[in-house]
Design a protein around this ligand. Structure first.
Ligand code: NAD
Length: 430
């Protein structure tokens, strides 16, 4: 039987995936957010993750045309439209709650919806990042309950974690080797074969769903920990009046020294996924000390950046209370509009707590979203004031060619939190 795919959740992960599959298969892209479907039907993608030319080629805006075609993408916010698919791929968010514990609500809601249309022989593949065991222990019971079907007898599951990094233009979906897995040998092969048809870099078939889930959670935990080590070095060397980057440059001349730089760790992957792993570990009776202490260090970086800037201001006899400060960049990552868990908010809040007046400029972020999610009104123009301190917080391409003379006074502080500006222009960095 020809694969008819439904992709559930059309965000950073789901939309590129649906677009790629639609070059070869019939794909229904479903999202509960009506405004997201509307935006996409107007050929606009707020995530900036897809090639709009490819997207236009595969998109079928009329349902009858889609039904008659043998491939293409149909977008819908009506869950009835996903019925009659035989492969369901779940790409919904897996955030953490206020207690930094996994919030599976989107994942379970999507599973429940699929369970209403699930038929014998169907495969449900999860791509959302989860902890080891989540697919089979949390999602499968929901699928079974809603469908009345039996797991691994009537329907089957797969897990294939997504590895894209938002804003990354070179290592995109098809260029990254994809880990695949399935609930039994035959399903694992089917899942692997499906991905092989779109992933140029090839696939790695993991021996079980649990292994595939675990592999994803450690990829991000490893990166988080490596950064936490250099962030801790930044705290230590600050006390010693040593430039951390100069130390890293010297140490980096050894063949096996790993190249990581200190920085703010935000976003909804690296700063969130480790909590999925630690949650499950704690449930099983082991409190992970290394992973959690890395998280703890990384969460202190926003306050550290603000304190460094304030110290530099005091050293130049700049009155901190009431000082005008400019933050350049609010997104969690360069050249990407994603503001989820941006740690620049910590820098902003800390600077406000010192009594400074803070402006934030970011031409990549979406103004309305920043207002709604972070309660910050982005400024349109940063050249109309002379700021006492300027913080380069995100290395957007557009910031690399900035002429600082236009908006700095002679005594202004320039702090480079990303170490991407020539050091001759700056007063401090992480
Ligand atoms: N963004 C990344 O770079 C990235 C990389 C690797 C893995 N992941 C993982 O992939 C998953 C998705 O992340 P994302 O960045 O694409 O999220 P996203 O927020 O960009 O998109 C998720 C989409 O799912 C929709 N949605 C939520 N609940 C739904 C439901 N019940 N039914 C249908 N649609 C629903 C939302 O409206 C949204 O459009 C997460 O688990 C994330 O950790 C993300």
């Amino acid at each position: 039987m020809k694969n008819k795919i439904a992709v559930i959740g059309l965000g950073y992960v789901g939309l590129p995936l649906a677009t790629e599959f639609a070059k070869q298969y019939k794909v229904v892209g479903y999202d509960i957010d009506q405004s997201r479907i509307k935006e996409l039907l107007n050929y606009k993608d707020k995530t900036g993750e897809i090639n709009l030319v490819d997207f236009r080629k595969v998109l079928k805006t009329k349902q009858n045309e889609f039904l008659a075609a043998d491939k293409g993408l149909f977008l819908s916010d009506n869950h009835e439209d996903i019925a009659h698919s035989n492969i369901y791929i779940v790409t919904v968010p897996t955030p953490i709650n206020d207690k930094k514990q996994p919030d599976l609500s989107h994942l379970l809601a999507a599973s429940k919806m699929i369970s209403q249309v699930l038929q014998k022989g169907d495969i449900v593949i999860y791509e959302s990042t989860v902890y080891p065991g989540c697919t089979q222990e949390d999602c499968v019971p929901v699928l079974e309950k809603g469908s009345g079907l039996k797991y691994n007898q009537d329907f089957f599951c797969g897990y294939s974690p997504e590895r894209i990094s938002p804003g990354e233009k070179k290592n995109t979906l098809t260029k990254i080797k994809k880990v695949t897995s399935g609930s039994n040998e035959a399903t694992a092969k089917k899942v692997d074969d499906i991905y092989k048809t779109i992933i140029e870099a090839g696939t790695h078939l993991a021996p079980s769903i649990k292994v595939a889930e675990a592999s994803k959670s450690i990829e991000n935990a490893q990166r988080d920990l490596n950064i936490s080590f250099v962030n801790e070095l930044a705290f230590i060397f600050d006390k010693m009046n040593i430039d951390t980057h100069e130390v890293l440059e010297a140490a980096g001349t050894k063949w096996n020294f790993l190249p990581f730089s200190p920085g703010l760790v935000g976003g909804h992957c690296i700063s969130v996924d480790p909590y999925y792993l630690t949650y499950k570990s704690e449930k099983l009776g082991y409190k992970p000390s290394v992973i959690l202490s890395g998280r703890n260090v990384n969460d202190q970086m926003g306050a550290f950046v603000a304190s460094k800037v304030v110290k530099l201001m005091l050293n130049k006899d700049i009155e901190v209370k009431g000082a005008e400060v400019l933050i350049l960049g609010i997104t969690f990552k360069e050249n990407c509009p994603d503001i989820r868990n941006t740690k620049i908010l910590d820098v902003y809040n800390e600077l406000i707590s010192y009594g400074t007046k803070v402006d934030v400029y970011d031409s990549v972020a979406k103004k309305d979203e920043v207002r709604k999610e972070l309660n910050i009104d982005l400024i349109e123009d940063y050249t109309h004031k002379k700021y006492a301190a300027i913080i380069l917080a995100v290395a957007h391409e557009g910031f690399q060619t900035i002429d600082f003379q236009t908006f700095k006074s002679d005594s202004s502080i320039i702090f480079d939190a990303k170490s991407f500006i020539n050091t001759k222009y700056i007063d401090g960095r992480l």
